[in-house]
Design a binder for this molecule. Structure first.
Ligand SMILES: [Zn+2]
Length: 493
């Protein structure tokens, strides 16, 4: 199930605000204590923790709604679990997780869920954080008004049309002195006929895209209109590498500026990056916020209509594999900053929402083979441009997305990327066995389109262009360092 969280500011009276502050602090107290216990004693099951702690907190906070206590204990169990998981992976150094803030979870028993979902245009809700009954079940309702915005209404509209459902748990969270209600919408994935085939490849500063319009192909294949047959190849600029470089400069400037304040009598400096002042300033740069914006933009562009989406299989930590043999430290840092996984995840998510399907193909030799002739490409002075022995040039990123697309077709099994395979392979065995997940009709279309593309040798302009596209104008710096994930693949054959 696909979930979207939408935060809406609450209009609360001073009385309710005071109440929420006290609920928050009790809730936070419970979460902290339980997390600490859970991690120290390796007791992670929510049920077990509830058995251990529920009555204690019922006594300690008799006014708190019983459901809030249960939710706080559950949240603690989740935090403890994820902490230990990350610890096992060596991603955390601290012995205990630091719980700085919490979001308060109200189950449908503790807020006016039923009433809310039956409203056509909900503008207020009622929460019951306070218990009155002996066993914490009876409760007092407090009404709060919402300040709904466009995004909330968009999702609400989907609820009314039956395309989404509102989850019954409401989350209330404080940011500085404002209170927000966070609604979780569960969106039903759409089932649609794919309209295009999209292959994409993530690079340091751009995402290369190859798009084949299925509908146009079916319509035009008879009239032999090449314009619709040749795939559309283009780049979406992301500039993650550039962004990382810029922020590094800014960070260095901040360090230089702060340094004099942290000089030791010996003349040396304290490590400025560990100071509060440094962290405070870096926070204002919103580096990750900008990245997230770009990631979303790319995901949205790739999934704008229902498609078959093809991309390379990334390893667990694509950045690490990629930089294992890169010397330049600057480049190392920039690649670390390229959010490969985040981008792939965002595309996957959006694809599901919009009725697209994502397929992974191996990255083997994607940017080493001519997608027209299946010959080994040679290097040129320009890192981005490769030369086919048949005499034409190919943009490396274009070759990569085209070859990815080939991999879904039967041709890839027989010729594909294996130009000098010594091992004998019984190709009969593989006949008709392209990716079984892709509908056969679509495989046939991809095949037809790519074949036509192959036939148009006189105009490989789409692939190479007279003046090759260099998306950043500076990506060749550093003596032809290879920045895409292809580098990690072994050379063999
Ligand atoms: Zn060629």
């Amino acid at each position: 199930m696909l979930c979207r969280a939408v935060a809406v500011e609450l209009e609360v009276s001073p009385e309710v605000s005071r109440l929420l502050y006290s609920v928050e602090s009790a809730y936070l107290g419970i979460v902290r204590e339980v997390v600490e216990y859970a991690v120290a004693n390796n007791v992670l099951s929510a049920t077990q923790l509830q058995g251990l702690f529920y009555s204690k907190y019922r006594r300690e906070y008799p006014d708190l709604h019983a459901h809030l206590i249960i939710q706080a204990i559950r949240q603690a169990s989740e935090i403890a679990k994820s902490f230990l998981r990350r610890k096992r992976k060596g991603l955390v150094g601290k012995p205990y997780p630091e719980v700085r803030s919490v979001s308060i979870r109200f189950t449908e028993k503790a807020w006016s869920y039923e009433q809310f979902i039956h409203s056509i245009a909900p503008v207020r809700l009622a929460i019951s954080p306070i218990s009155t009954g002996k066993r914490g079940r009876g409760s007092r309702r407090f009404e709060v008004w919402l300040r709904p915005h466009r995004r909330f209404w968009q999702y609400w509209w989907r609820v009314l049309r039956g395309e989404a459902e509102l989850a019954s748990t409401l989350i209330i969270k404080r940011r500085t002195n404002k209170w927000y209600a966070i609604f979780i919408f569960e969106i039903k994935p759409r089932e649609e006929e794919p309209k295009s085939i999209v292959a994409f490849d993530i690079n340091e500063n751009n995402v290369a895209v190859g798009r084949i319009d299925i509908v146009a192909t079916i319509d035009k294949i008879a009239s032999w209109n090449r314009q619709y047959l040749t795939p559309e190849l283009y780049m979406i600029r992301t500039d993650f590498g550039k962004l990382a470089r810029r922020y590094k400069r800014i960070r260095n400037t901040i360090i230089e500026r702060l340094k004099p304040g942290f000089a030791l009598p010996s003349g040396k400096y304290v490590n400025v990056t560990n100071t509060r002042e440094f962290r405070k300033r870096v926070k204002h740069l919103r580096e990750s916020g900008r990245k997230v914006g770009r990631v979303r933009h790319v995901a949205s562009e790739l999934t704008k209509n229902p498609s078959i989406i093809i991309t390379e299989e990334l390893g667990e930590k694509p950045q690490d594999e990629m930089i294992s043999d890169l010397e330049s430290r600057g480049l190392r840092h920039r690649i670390k900053q390229t959010p490969f996984k985040a981008l792939e995840k965002a595309v996957e998510d959006k694809a599901l929402e919009r009725g697209s399907k994502l397929f992974h193909v191996s990255s083997y030799r994607n940017s080493r083979v001519c997608p027209i002739h299946f010959t080994k490409l040679e290097k040129t002075d320009d890192w981005h441009i490769l030369k086919c022995p048949f005499g034409h040039y190919v943009d490396r990123d274009h070759a990569s997305v085209m070859n990815m697309t080939w991999k879904l077709t039967p041709e890839a099994w027989t010729k594909g990327v294996w130009w000098d395979l010594r091992r004998e392979i019984n190709w009969r065995e593989y006949e008709g066995r392209s990716n079984p997940l892709v509908p056969h009709e679509i495989v046939k279309h991809i095949h037809a389109v790519l074949k036509t593309f192959k036939a148009s040798e006189e105009s490989p302009a789409v692939l190479a262009r007279g003046k090759p596209m260099n998306p950043t104008g500076e990506a060749d710096e550093g003596g032809g360092e290879e920045t895409t994930q292809k580098r990690r693949r072994p050379e063999g054959g």
